[in-house]
Design a protein around this ligand. Structure first.
Ligand code: SAH
Length: 251
């Protein structure tokens, strides 16, 4: 198989309950040239239904990574996009419709990992999980209060991403967005948010008994800026200085 930037796209499925949906998702991915599947605590992924629905996409199932938490699944990802059947949310978050999402993903795939996160069949993603995403996306539907089957949603996103990658490839000398420096990963961002929260509590800006939406707002702010690793290290250095400590980034 030829290397493609689509190798940098990962599909994350959180606590999927129907084993058939995991198989159908693997098939949807394979048809579009996407292969990195990550499963966060699936209920059952080894049943005959999974294999039957995968219909030849077994290699994707076999190489799928299993993690206990969404944090772990996203640890090496620089851009994280959460999918949701509905677009409203208590705190407005940067939103992309599926087509824009494909174009944005295609522009970000060179040299870094992009994750698309899919929720539970019945309840979608929790607020805590959505807070780990820098963007939210949805497929506009003709009916309210309804949703797509998760594998159908994965099919559509993989299609949009693969079409957008093709469109970019067809352009001569496209300038891919970026500063030429690596962006912070999910794990580094979580480290920053934890450090920030701790420091804000210490300086009594954040009341842990009444945190309101402060951390969510800060996540939204930093999510919009696409911090590079060196910028993130500066921020952590500043936080450590406030705390009278030293911050040494792990390399
Ligand atoms: N009641 C849940 C429905 C979950 S559907 C909710 O409102 O979130 C299961 C998953 O399929 C979702 O978490 C999402 O990942 C995907 N999905 C379903 N419909 C979608 C849509 N219109 N746009 C984007 N993703 C969708």
């Amino acid at each position: 198989m030829m290397m493609s930037v689509l190798d940098n796209l990962c599909i994350v499925m959180v606590q999927t309950s129907h084993p058939g949906n995991i198989g159908a998702a693997a098939r949807a991915m394979k048809t579009m040239g996407v292969s990195d599947l990550r499963l966060v605590q699936p209920k059952d992924f080894n049943s005959p239904q999974t294999k039957a629905m995968a219909s030849g996409a077994d290699s994707i199932l076999e190489s799928a990574k299993h993690t206990a938490t969404l944090h772990e699944a996203l640890a090496d990802c620089q851009i994280v996009i959460g999918t949701s059947a509905r677009s409203e949310r208590s705190l407005a978050w940067p939103q992309l419709v599926a087509r824009e999402c494909g174009e944005f993903v295609a522009s970000q795939l060179t040299g870094q990992k992009v994750a698309l996160v899919f929720g539970r069949e019945r309840t979608g993603l929790t607020n805590e999980e959505l807070a780990q995403c820098q963007y939210l996306t949805h497929i506009p539907m003709a009916v309210d209060y309804y949703s797509l089957n998760i594998a159908a949603a994965i099919q559509l996103y993989c299609y949009e991403c693969s079409q957008a990658v093709r469109a970019l490839d067809a352009l001569p000398n496209v300038q891919v967005e970026g500063l030429g420096e690596p962006l912070a990963t999910g794990a580094q961002l979580e480290g920053l948010y934890e450090h920030l929260e701790q420091t804000l509590v210490e300086v009594r800006y954040l009341d842990p008994d009444n945190p309101r939406l402060l951390m969510s707002r800060l996540r939204r702010l930093f999510g919009r800026t696409h911090l590079t690793q060196s910028e993130l290290n500066i921020l952590r250095g500043i936080l450590a200085a406030f705390q009278g400590r030293k911050f040494r980034p792990r390399v």
